[in-house]
Design a protein around this ligand. Structure first.
Ligand SMILES: [Zn+2]
Length: 330
């Protein structure tokens, strides 16, 4: 992999590796994720080997030079091309972890969280002073007030599936749920784009405000701090980020969905989707968190318990399979 221009992600990797090597690479990635919670970091360019891949956590790498040679990937002098060489590569990774890396990672993580704690403390002090210096301009009733499109209720989703399994097509309920998902996905998508270009949409009147370092004031009287707005976006789990294409896909499909069974199909697909690591393709958090009320555990229990008619059984099977992989990794 020697062309320097573009950092390769999973799609580029697929074009370089043979299908067999790609499977082996994914299996290697799953193993490191499951056993040690190590992920594949974005590729880095080296003079000698071109693009190389690294596996680690918190900027500490267990393996820092996976080279792509021909259509396979190589770790040290092991070129992974079949089961035997994969086993050798996994054994090397296990040995490296057991012989010092695990311990180093533990110490590193402890130091990192201590440093993080100090940074958070001084940030909070700094921000408190900042707010105090603006206090004469802040109108508390209109300051940092957000209206995020709500998540959907677990009970409603449950009722929808129960009815569906009994062949009851509740048109009103499915529209209620679908449009709520649609509004939330749309707001996540649109406001993410605004944030990336340094803008904010006023949640009271809809006007677009340009970034400024201090207080951002809308004509309608509402006031925002850019960083608080971004934090609120994240804290509310607004749909965006690595699963953006999943939400976009729902937006497109929902706009065209004309009958109950199509609507049910696309809602079902959405609630079972997972965020996927863009480098390794490893499945991570499921997107239900961004869309359904409740804790991760409550939502997981709900999705597992949903009563299914046969039409949607495939996605439940996939979901269970992914969840099982996810659980093993804990
Ligand atoms: Zn406004």
């Amino acid at each position: 992999m020697h062309r320097k221009e573009k950092r390769p992600g999973i799609n580029e990797l697929r074009t370089y590796l043979s299908a067999n090597s790609m499977d082996l690479f994914e299996e290697f990635a799953y193993h490191l994720k499951r056993e040690y919670d190590l992920s594949c970091a974005p590729a880095v360019y080296t003079m000698n080997y071109g693009w190389v891949f690294r596996f680690g956590r918190s900027n500490l790498y267990l393996i820092d030079k996976i080279k792509i040679i021909g259509d396979s990937f190589c770790i040290d002098d092991i070129c992974v091309e079949d089961r035997d060489s994969l086993t050798a590569a996994l054994k090397l990774a296990d040995t490296l972890y057991a012989e010092g890396f695990g311990e180093r990672l533990k110490i590193h993580s402890a130091q990192k969280s201590a440093a993080q704690y100090e940074r958070t403390k001084s940030r909070l002090e700094r921000e408190k002073k900042e707010i105090e210096s603006m206090s004469s301009k802040i109108n508390k009733n209109n300051f940092n007030k957000y209206r995020w499109s709500p998540k959907i209720s677990r009970q409603k989703l449950k009722t929808l599936y129960e009815n569906d399994a009994k062949m009851l097509q509740d048109e009103e309920l499915i529209d209620d749920i679908g449009f709520a998902l649609y509004a939330r996905c749309l707001q996540g998508r649109d406001e993410r784009v605004l944030i990336e270009t340094g803008k904010v949409r006023c949640h009271n009147c809809g006007k677009i405000l340009n970034y400024s370092k201090g207080l951002m004031e809308c004509d309608c009287g509402y006031q925002y701090l850019f960083r608080d707005y971004m934090r609120s976006f994240r804290k509310n789990n607004m749909p965006s980020g690595s699963a953006q294409h999943i939400f976009n896909n729902f937006i497109e499909k929902w706009q065209c969905a004309q009958n109950y069974s199509v609507k049910m199909q696309i809602i079902d697909e959405l609630v079972h989707e997972f965020h996927i690591n863009l480098v390794t393709g490893v499945k991570g958090r499921f997107v239900g968190i961004n869309l359904i009320e409740g804790t991760k555990k409550q939502i997981e229990e709900l999705i597992v318990s949903l009563a299914y008619s046969n039409t949607y059984k495939d996605s439940k099977d996939n979901f269970m399979h992914n969840l099982k992989n996810d659980r093993v990794s804990k």
